[in-house]
Design a protein around this ligand. Sequence first.
Ligand code: B1M
Length: 210
Amino acid sequence: MSNYEQMKEALKQGNADGVKAMVEAALNDGATAKEVVDNGLIAGILELGVLFKNNEVYIPEVLMAARALHTGLDVVKLVLAEQEVGSKAKIVLGTVKADLHDIGKNLVGIMLEGSGFEVVDLGIDVPSEKFVEAVREEKPAILALSALLTTTMPYVKEVIELLKESGLRDSVKVIVGGAPVTQEFADQIGADGYAPDAGSATALATSLVN
Ligand code: B1M
């Protein structure tokens, strides 16, 4: 079994200590943070996602795997922080109302921080009003909204509408993402940008502040 196969298996079993040790070993062996995240951590959770969809595993197993994944991401985050190149701009980030998924959002945050942005992470299940309040108080250059459920996508639109009503829409760029979100949806709701993955989100944010 390759190292990444072992990492994926440990992740699917929710073995946080194993995942941590394997991520550290892979990075020490010269793997890049992106390789570890793409080939080990994300690949593992997506494989588990298929089992979840087919009712072969249930929410407790997925939560254990998510915890193991976050343990691995914490190691990656330390490596990326060491490469930091100074603050580019402030970004407020969060997962929209009624949505508890945070793995992708956290990955986006880690990549943004790793490329020099200051990230204020509001967490998950964030009420739309709280995003507006954060834009007023933090004055970020970018507001980044994540949604993983088709049922929570309308809240992405709600945030943009509330920003308009509050007279704050022109003060901030809004970028959106998450598995069910598309460029077409982003255009429909008047977002400033859409990114399909964490790497693209970083490139998009950089292009919007330059
Ligand atoms: Co949930 N879940 N889940 N889940 N879950 C999905 C999303 C689902 C596709 C599974 C399935 O049925 N195949 C499905 C959604 C169907 C739909 O709406 N289309 C689903 C469902 C139905 C549910 C529940 C309703 C299940 C239930 O209770 N019956 C429930 C809802 C809870 C809620 O939120 N209110 C639920 C619960 C959960 C857990 C809590 C058990 C757990 C979340 C744990 C956690 O996040 N801490 C969970 C998980 C883990 C998943 C799957 C398996 C994996 C999601 C994930 O982390 N992917 C997922 C299946 C799947 O995606 N194949 C599934 C890995 C992650 C790196 O990818 O989040 O897409 P992703 O992020 C990517 C990009 O999307 C992008 O960059 C990231 C990295 O490259 N991105 C952005 C994300 N945000 C971005 C923001 C940006 C730009 C890019 O700019 C701002």
